[in-house]
Design a protein around this ligand. Structure first.
Ligand code: GMT
Length: 384
C-alpha cells in the first residue's frame, strides 16, 4: 500500500484507547506510513524513537478568564495546523469526546483558511469508538448530541467489537456505516517469559498460585469483586493477588483486603511498565468489570498464556470462550468466578490447556492480523 500521512489523536494517559492508538501508530510507522501524534502529552506507550513518528503537543491557553481552558478548541486548532502543513491524508481519532468533535472543527478551520489564502489538502476523518465514549460518557444527555454529531461528521467510524457496533447503532442511530476492527496485541512482545522464576519468587513461593488484575481502578472495573473472589480462592489454595494500576477505587480495595484479613497476600503494585514480566508469572487474570467494550488487558494477558475469568458482558464473549480459554460469569457472581479460578488451578494439566488455548486465541488478534484491516479502511475512505 502507498505510504500515507496519518494524524492520530488519543488520550495519552494510562488507558486502553490510548494504548490501541499508540500501538496502531507504531505498527503503521513500521509499515512505512508517516504518523503525527497530536495530543496534550506524549502517549505513555510511545517510548521508542522512529524516523516516521512525529509528536505535536497541544498548547492549552490558560488565560485567567478561562475557568475551564478550552482544550477541544486548542486541539482543533493544532489538528488544523498539522493537517494543512504536514499535508495529512487523514486524521484518526480515538474516543469520540472531544476528539471527533475537534477533528470536525479542525476540518472547518481548514476549509475556512482555504477560502482565504492557503490551499490545503482536505484530510479525511476516521473515528474509533472505544466504549465508555458510547456506553457512559456518550449516553449523558449533556454530551450525547455532540457524540452523534462527531460520529456522523466522520468519514469513517469503527468500533472495537461487534457488541459496541450494535450498541452505537441502538443508542445513536447514526447516519453512517460502522466497521468493526477489534483490539490487537503484539504477540511477540506479549509472550510468556520462560526465565521468570526469579521474578516470581519476589511475589510468591513455589507452591502458591498468582492471580492478577490490571485496570485503572474505576468503579466499573469492580476491583472490590477482585478482592472478594481472591479471598474465596485463598481460603482453598495457597495463592497471592497482584493488582496492577491505580485509580479511585484503590483505597477502598485496600480497606477491604485488610477487613478480610488477606492484605499480606495482596500486593498493590500501582501503575507498572513491566506488564509482560508481571503477566508472565500470573496463573489467572480476573476481570469482573460491569462494562467492557473489548477488554484489551484480557487480550494482553491471554497473549502471555494467562486464562481469564471475567464477566459475561460487552465484547468479552468475543474474546473469551467459556471453558476453553477462561470463564464467563454474570456481573457480581463472586462465588462462580472463584470456583472457575479453582477449577482452572485444580490440575496443572488443565491449567496448561487453558493457557495454550488463551495464547492460540490471542494469535488471532495479532497486530499483523488487525492493522492491515485499518489500512484497507483508510484506502477505502480515501477513495470515497
Ligand atoms: O477500560 C478503560 O477504563 C479504558 C478504556 C479507554 O477508553 O481507554 O478502555 C476502553 O477501550 C479499550 C480499547 O479499545 C477496550 O479494550 C476496553 O474494553 C474499553 N473499556 C471499557 O469499555 C470500559
Amino acid at each position: 500500500m502507498q505510504p500515507l500521512k496519518i494524524g492520530i489523536t488519543c488520550y495519552p494517559t494510562y488507558g486502553g484507547s490510548g494504548v490501541v492508538a499508540t500501538e496502531l501508530g507504531k505498527a503503521l510507522s513500521e509499515r512505512g506510513h508517516v504518523i503525527h501524534f497530536i495530543s496534550y502529552s506524549l502517549p505513555f506507550r510511545l517510548r521508542t524513537f522512529s524516523e516516521n513518528i512525529f509528536y505535536h503537543e497541544v498548547d492549552i491557553n490558560t488565560y485567567p478568564l478561562f475557568e475551564y481552558p478550552p482544550y477541544s478548541i486548542s486541539l482543533a486548532s493544532k489538528m488544523a495546523e498539522v493537517m494543512c502543513y504536514e499535508e495529512l491524508d487523514l486524521v484518526h481519532v480515538h474516543y469520540a469526546i472531544p476528539h471527533a468533535i475537534s477533528a470536525f472543527l479542525a476540518r472547518e478551520i481548514q476549509r475556512d483558511r482555504a477560502s482565504l489564502t492557503h490551499q490545503c489538502k482536505e484530510a479525511k476523518i476516521v473515528t474509533t469508538l472505544h466504549g465508555t465514549d458510547i456506553t457512559l460518557v456518550g449516553n449523558d444527555p449533556s454530551l450525547s448530541g455532540a457524540v452523534r454529531l462527531g460520529i456522523n461528521q466522520s468519514d469513517m467510524v469503527t468500533t472495537v467489537s461487534d457488541y459496541l457496533r450494535k450498541k452505537t447503532i441502538e443508542d445513536f442511530s447514526p447516519t453512517c456505516s460502522i466497521h468493526v476492527v477489534k483490539n490487537f496485541v503484539d504477540t511477540t512482545e506479549f509472550s510468556r517469559k520462560a526465565d521468570s522464576e526469579r521474578f516470581r519468587a519476589a511475589f510468591a513461593t513455589k507452591d502458591e498460585h498468582i492471580l492478577i488484575h490490571l485496570s485503572n481502578f474505576r468503579p466499573l472495573k469492580r476491583v472490590k469483586d477482585v478482592i472478594r473472589i481472591f479471598e474465596k480462592v485463598h481460603r482453598e489454595i495457597p495463592s497471592r493477588l497482584l493488582l496492577v494500576g491505580d485509580g479511585v477505587e484503590r483505597a477502598e480495595a485496600e480497606h477491604l483486603a485488610r477487613d478480610l484479613k488477606i492484605s499480606d497476600c495482596v500486593r498493590f503494585l500501582g501503575k507498572q511498565e513491566a506488564v509482560v514480566e508481571l503477566l508472565s508469572i500470573a496463573d489467572v487474570m480476573l476481570m469482573p468489570s460491569e462494562s467492557e467494550s473489548f477488554g484489551l488487558a484480557a487480550l494482553e494477558a491471554m497473549s502471555c498464556g494467562v486464562p481469564v475469568v471475567c464477566s459475561n458482558i460487552g465484547g468479552l464473549p468475543e474474546l473469551v470462550t467459556h471453558g476453553f480459554n477462561g470463564f464467563l460469569s454474570e456481573v457480581g457472581a463472586i462465588e462462580a468466578m472463584a470456583s472457575h479460578v479453582l477449577h482452572i488451578l485444580d490440575s496443572r494439566v488443565r491449567w496448561e490447556t487453558f493457557s495454550q488455548n488463551a495464547r492460540q486465541t490471542a494469535l488471532q488478534f495479532d497486530t499483523e492480523q488487525i492493522v492491515p484491516i485499518y489500512e484497507h479502511l483508510y484506502h477505502d475512505v480515501l477513495a470515497s
